[in-house]
Design a protein around this ligand. Structure first.
Ligand SMILES: [Zn+2]
Length: 408
């Protein structure tokens, strides 16, 4: 199961040039389909190729990287049937790593100086680890679901209800027995909620789902601590004694999917409801400017698509044209995906990135502070002075093929 920590670790990997291959490929569900996989991967490799302005030499998937990918698929594809697998390969760095993903994602192959992680972020967002608690009046089961793994824990039975037949209460009046059962059930729900809270605290913020009879779900939900209730994603009705881990997984996956869709809709609506001020921007150009000023608190990106662009080798400025910083097009190097660059910049600035099916304006951001008026937008400290109050003069800006004063 991929985690943010693993994404952060991948982001530390860096090659000297665009020689690091990130491949996201769908492994067929049927072993018979594996025969066609090498040819299919070859087609994806072609999509990673690029040349043109900002590309110093034609970028192609090298033979060593292709070989590493095919070796991984040959030896392990049978373990990944039906899954999207992320493979990162770079012969120069001795890197050949595969990560099977918990959900199916758009296929792509990208050559860049570092791993392309947008689909990994999407996988974490779309298919989070989560907990399901299934309870009746006497028993409770906790299911921890991460990727393809389901771990089942049987929680201790309610106190006083461990035996059969409630034999200790013979002779009591029927209504007193009933009251006692209700009281014990209440304790049982409290105990279950406390155990669930401990389990969730141990693993971090995860969505929580409740399953069980129609009358028991509200009772357990009613005693969830406030923190857990914020993480409540939904419920499903089922007879606990007929459930298997696979059935729990199936029912809970549907709850998570609905929860995620509602969350997406809520996030979009909330963004659109914000009053028009200087704290929200939409569109690629405005988001690039905001990233250059380390101003993005929340970045809303589309789930699919690649938007090629440029990054300045000297100051890191991102742009669609390669002309957004004082260093000019001669320092602009082509990057395969500006959305990826924006996402990584936002995360490294401590911001949040959310992929939506249809983000406002194609891409949008909520800002920490209004943007400064700037002729040039830079990410590095070298260009920190390049605001409207301190523009570099044209003479100070080197152009391609013209040695700068310092190099003469
Ligand atoms: Zn620059």
């Amino acid at each position: 199961m991929i985690s943010r920590a693993e994404v952060d670790k991948l982001l530390e990997v860096r090659a000297a040039g665009p020689s690091l291959l990130s491949l996201y490929v769908q492994v067929p569900p049927d072993p018979a389909g594996l025969r066609g996989l090498p040819a299919h991967v070859g087609e994806l490799f072609v999509l990673a190729a690029r040349d043109g302005p900002g590309v110093q030499a034609a970028v192609r998937v090298g033979a060593a990287n292709a070989r590493a990918v095919l070796e991984l698929l040959t030896s392990r594809a049978r373990d990944w049937l039906g899954h999207t697998v992320a493979i990162f390969a770079c012969a120069e760095l001795g890197l050949a790593e595969a990560i099977p993903l918990p959900c199916q994602l758009q296929e792509r192959a990208v050559l860049a100086a570092r791993p392309h992680v947008r689909p990994l972020l999407l996988a974490i967002q779309r298919c989070p680890a989560y907990r399901v608690v299934v309870a009746d009046r006497r028993r409770a089961w906790l299911f921890s679901i991460e990727g393809t793994e389901v771990i089942t824990t049987v929680l201790p039975p309610a106190e006083g209800l461990r035996g059969h037949g409630f034999s200790g209460w013979h002779g009591l009046q029927a209504h007193r027995v009933n009251e006692r059962i209700i009281q014990l059930a209440r304790h049982h729900y409290h105990d279950t909620a406390a155990l669930l809270e401990r389990a969730v605290q141990a693993s971090g913020a995860e969505p929580v789902i409740i399953g069980g009879h129609q009358d028991t779900i509200p009772q357990l939900l009613g005693v969830l601590p406030a923190g857990l209730r914020d993480q409540f994603a939904g419920c499903f009705i089922a007879d606990p004694h007929t459930l298997t881990p696979a059935k729990v997984r199936d029912r809970a996956d549907r709850v998570i999917c609905d929860w995620r869709n509602l969350r997406d809709q809520h996030m979009t609506a909330e963004f659109l409801r914000e009053p028009p001020d200087e704290r929200t921007v939409t569109g690629m150009s405005a988001c690039l400017t905001a990233a250059g000023q380390h101003a993005i608190q929340l970045l809303l990106i589309p789930a699919g698509g690649l938007v090629p662009g440029y990054a300045c080798r000297r100051c890191g400025a991102l742009s669609s044209t390669g002309t957004s910083c004082p260093h000019g097009t001669c320092e602009a190097t082509a990057v395969p995906d500006l959305i990826e660059e924006l996402a990584v910049t936002t995360l490294s600035d401590g911001g949040q990135v959310e992929a939506l099916p249809d983000p406002p304006g194609g891409i949008a951001a909520r800002l920490r502070h209004p943007l400064r008026l700037a002729r040039y937008t830079c990410l590095g400290t070298r260009c920190a002075r390049s605001t409207s109050t301190d523009l570099l003069t044209p003479a100070a800006v080197p152009s391609c093929g013209t040695p700068s004063p310092a190099s003469r």
